[in-house]
Write a protein that binds this ligand. Structure first.
Ligand SMILES: Nc1ncnc2c1ncn2[C@@H]1O[C@H](COP(=O)(O)OP(=O)(O)OP(=O)(O)O)[C@@H](O)[C@H]1O
Ligand SMILES: [Mg+2]
Length: 434
């Protein structure tokens, strides 16, 4: 694929085995993108104009936000792209608005030619908006609240027949106070003042039990909520076959079927399996066969556990973990009474916890008070959630430090790095994942 450069030879994989990466082929989301796009185009009175997309880890939430932002930017919208995973969200939105005012004024000529990602690092995307947004003094004033900034931006955009799209990723991590203020401000601007400021949020399914239940965030209750469904087998086949074909590779029919069934509905797993199969087969020089897909599925399992299952495990409370452990002890499938017995709680409490785990994508209901674990956290991870790498011989070999190996590790969980700290307990400075 790519030419060698001073930095080395590009990896050449047609897959994106990481989070937030744009896939070569986006599958299974056409209906959502059409409906959502049409809702935005219709305006503030459309129920999809304010939407929250929910899904388990790796289901493609960030990818949907990226895609809808790109489509809106291409239509001349002003796009403010933020995430609630880091503090001071409201201040960052205000900064992004101020930056939009300045950027559109100074970059109006380049916005068209340099593409849509100008300013993305500041949380702003510039589309081919014609004309200037005037960076008034109002934008600069730190005293002014988010609501006023949004109102001014909306009026500025309207002058050019444009609209504003505010996207907020990782909504489950939002600070409650900030969530309430954000909800009130957008409610006012979009619903009461009927200004063209659309909102698309994304987050884990637990949002149903947090933000969308909070009495002081009624705006979020009224947003259209959409749960990303798992990919079906045909989506998985297309999502694997198209990138391989586009990159000049090939895959046998058996291998494709095998890989697609191992995807198990997860876009992230699709990318990781595709990437591993591509590399292990030495594609595109050689075809991808069932043998290499077999190896790829095993290798991918480890990556998926590390990047999806372990973080998902850490999202749970101790009680929820004990419920999953009980299921895991029965090959991942059990019933309310047995879970209650294993964990020493009442049937009613066990039933409530299982329902909560079902709503969050960890277990599926089989009817008749029976449940089975989904692939989000496998029985293996529930029984042995500690990562292998910390105590492995590899680590010892790499550090060459036997004394250190025998000292207790910090093991602090680092949500952003999706890893445990590998330094020794009581270490100086920040935690490190490697
Ligand atoms: N519809 C899709 N078709 C094919 N690949 C997809 C699709 N959606 C997402 N992907 C790929 O799956 C991977 C995970 O997607 P993404 O980062 O959007 O998930 P996420 O739900 O935001 O995960 P997290 O909850 O960890 O933030 C990325 O590599 C992305 O390119
Ligand atoms: Mg994401």
């Amino acid at each position: 694929m790519g030419e060698p450069s001073g930095l080395g030879t590009p990896a050449g994989t047609p897959f994106s085995p990481h989070f937030g990466g744009t896939p070569n082929t986006l599958v299974g989301r056409d209906d959502l993108l059409t409906t959502l796009g049409s809702g935005l185009a219709t305006g503030p009175n459309d129920k999809w104009y304010t939407t929250i997309v929910m899904g388990v880890r790796g289901s493609g939430k960030t990818t949907i936000l990226n895609e809808i932002e790109d489509r809106a930017a291409a239509d001349g919208w002003v796009v403010l792209s933020l995430d609630a995973g880091t503090p001071l969200l409201l201040d960052r939105i205000i900064q992004a608005i101020a930056q939009a005012g300045r950027s559109y004024e100074s970059l109006e000529a380049v916005a068209d030619t340099t593409g849509r990602s100008v300013g993305k690092s500041l949380g702003i995307r510039l589309g081919p908006l014609q004309g200037k947004l005037e960076a008034s003094d109002f934008f600069q004033s730190p005293q002014t609240g988010l609501r006023e900034h949004l109102v001014v931006l909306a009026h500025q955009a309207m002058k050019y027949g444009a609209s504003v799209l505010l996207t907020v990723d990782e909504m489950h991590a939002i600070d409650r106070g900030e969530g309430r203020r954000l909800a009130n401000d957008i409610q006012h601007v979009t619903r009461r003042a009927n200004l063209p400021v659309a909102f698309v949020g994304a987050g884990l399914l637990e949002l149903r039990h947090t933000l969308m239940r909070d009495r002081k965030m009624t705006f979020f209750h009224r947003c259209e909520d959409y749960e990303l469904p798992p990919l079906n087998e045909i989506d998985a086949i297309n999502g694997l076959a198209s990138p391989i074909e586009d990159a000049g590779g090939s895959i046998t029919a058996d291998a494709l079927r095998l890989a697609a069934s191992a995807v198990d509905g997860s876009p992230y797993r699709l990318q990781v399996i595709g990437d591993a199969a591509w590399r292990l087969s030495d594609a595109p020089a050689k075809p991808i066969t069932s043998h290499t897909v077999d190896l790829a599925v095993t290798a991918a399992q480890h990556t998926v556990e590390k990047n999806i299952s372990i973080p998902a495990w850490h999202d749970l409370t101790e009680r929820e973990k004990s419920v999953l452990k009980s299921l895991a002890g029965h090959n991942g499938m059990s019933n309310v009474a047995r879970v209650a017995q294993d964990t020493g709680i009442s049937n009613k409490r066990a039933s409530g916890l299982l329902a909560h785990l079902r709503d969050s994508g960890y277990v599926a209901s089989l009817g008749d008070a029976k449940y089975r674990m989904t692939g989000l956290v496998s029985p293996r991870v529930a029984l042995e959630p500690e990562p292998l790498e910390v105590d492995s011989a590899d680590t010892e070999h790499q550090t060459g430090d036997r004394l250190r190996r025998n000292r207790p590790r910090c093991r602090q969980w680092m949500p952003r790095a999706r890893a445990y700290c590998v330094l020794t307990e009581g270490h100086a400075g920040r935690c490190r994942s490697s």
